[in-house]
Design a protein around this ligand. Structure first.
Ligand SMILES: Nc1nc2c(c(=O)[nH]1)N[C@H]1C(S)=C(S)[C@@H](COP(=O)(O)O)O[C@H]1N2
Ligand SMILES: [Mo]
Length: 195
């Protein structure tokens, strides 16, 4: 009989320094939860691109994929193997005409939240726009009808209730980045706070 077991080495390797595994899926929102239906929802692309507005049908017409990704909140909880359905950021980008000078992206949200991501962190094949969580329509508290998910950065970059993507030549700080969080937020490097 075994009295203890070493932590599964696969698991330790997947939990970034200073993070603990969460029970359930905590909700972390600054301010009230916006009430947006799929019918009301729009995504506007602005800045260094041909301006374009997508509605729900436009989003559904893009290729749909399942994603399994780990989720790391800077407040030290992580959740492994979250399964989502949605659209790859790279598929969305392939339908728009973004200027090569656009090296930064500001994500805008219903409710006013913003977060900035460098284009090289944004235009990755593993990033996606999610409308389904564990097989169910994405609950409003987790960002429904649509949120961004950027698995390789802390979860404050995974903008809930996404309403816009603004393409920028120069970096501009988003909400938490102006309020002390790191401009990039890579969990393995513990890029938690700005200096
Ligand atoms: N619009 C918006 N997006 C947001 C936030 C927010 O307050 N507003 N919080 C961020 C933070 S700090 C985290 S950890 C994750 C939490 O997502 P969850 O509530 O689905 O766990 O959403 C991120 N996206
Ligand atoms: Mo967070």
């Amino acid at each position: 009989m075994k009295f203890f077991e070493k932590p599964d080495p696969d698991m330790t390797e997947r939990v970034p320094p200073g993070q603990n595994l969460a029970k359930g899926f905590p909700v972390l929102t600054y301010g009230p939860t916006p009430d947006v239906t799929q019918d009301d929802w729009q995504l506007s692309l602005s800045g260094l691109t041909t301006p374009k507005t997508l509605n729900w049908d436009d989003l559904m017409a893009l290729p749909q994929h399942q994603f399994t990704a780990d989720f790391h909140c800077v407040t030290t909880w992580s959740k492994l193997d979250v399964t989502w359905t949605g659209v790859k950021v790279t598929d969305l980008l392939s339908t728009v005409d973004v200027d090569t000078k656009a090296l930064h992206v500001m994500a805008h949200c219903y409710g006013g939240y913003t977060t900035n991501v460098a284009m090289e962190d944004f235009a990755r094949p593993e990033n996606f726009l999610a409308h389904t969580l564990e097989g169910e329509p994405l609950p409003a508290k987790h960002g429904g009808p649509l949120r961004l998910v950027v698995p390789h950065l802390y979860a404050w970059k995974s903008a809930k209730w996404l309403s816009g993507l603004e393409f920028l030549a120069e970096p501009v700080l988003g909400f938490w980045e102006r309020n002390g969080y790191h401009k990039r937020g890579e969990p393995w490097a513990e890029e938690r706070y700005s200096d």
